[in-house]
Design a protein around this ligand. Structure first.
Ligand SMILES: [Zn+2]
Ligand SMILES: [Zn+2]
Length: 225
């Protein structure tokens, strides 16, 4: 399954005040990839073989199910079930039962869309670093975002060598953005704690503090919407 990687989504999402631009890019890529599994690709032999082998995770099954066309999903689930049926055999002894159980637990965790999504995201982590290297004005845009979720911050660091000779400067800018994010979030959370302490009844609550637990959820686990 192919999906063209360009710099357009990076350009669109690295905007002032954006709270994890990579989460926003991932959401768009995820929607585009998932839609492909209900289109003509369903009938392609390569795709069907991969779906048979890997199946879908609960999140992607729900996304596919939410689309209007149910036939595409049903066709893929039908062949996937055939594969699973062949994997279920009557174990001849306890050892075989344990082995089959372990294999089936692994089989149950794979997802063809997650696999491609992860591959595409790795290309985005690398491309952000390349854009930083190639486009001088991108530095200011990076510094203007409102931080990243921890998973995406970690991945941007992991692939920072793609910024070439500017890697050190790039890493320093990523760090500046993320440390500011975590510091201000900590202040807001602490203010929230003080406000809810029965001994400090009546302490005013700022908007940042009121929203702090929601922001913390996004920062710690990514934007799941
Ligand atoms: Zn993120
Ligand atoms: Zn998935």
């Amino acid at each position: 399954m192919n999906y063209h990687i360009g710099t357009m989504l990076i350009d669109e999402n690295f905007t002032e005040g954006c709270d994890c631009p990579i989460c926003k890019i991932k959401k768009t890529v995820n929607e585009r990839l998932t839609e492909q599994y209900l289109g003509e690709a369903v009938m392609e032999e390569d795709t069907r073989l991969e779906v048979n082998k890997l199946g879908f995770c609960p999140n992607h099954y729900s996304m596919l199910f939410s689309f209007r066309s149910k036939l595409g999903l049903a066709l893929q689930v039908s062949t996937r079930l055939l594969t699973l049926r062949n994997e279920i055999t009557l174990p001849k002894n306890g050892w075989q039962a344990k082995k089959q159980g372990e294999t089936l637990l692994k089989t149950n965790k794979t997802c063809v869309i997650c696999k491609y999504l992860e591959e595409h995201m790795v290309r985005y982590y690398k491309t952000v670093a390349e854009v930083y290297y190639n486009v001088a004005s991108f530095k200011d845009r990076l510094l203007a975002v409102d931080g990243f979720c921890m998973e995406h911050y970690a991945n941007l660091l992991k692939y920072s060598s793609c910024a070439g000779s500017k890697q050190k400067e790039y890493v320093a800018d990523l760090y500046a953005v993320q440390s500011k994010k975590i510091d201000s979030l900590k202040v807001a959370i602490d203010e929230f704690c003080i406000h809810h302490d029965y001994r400090r009844v009546g302490t005013p609550l700022s908007d940042q503090a009121r929203e702090s637990l929601k922001v913390a959820q996004k920062t710690l686990y990514g934007d799941k919407k």
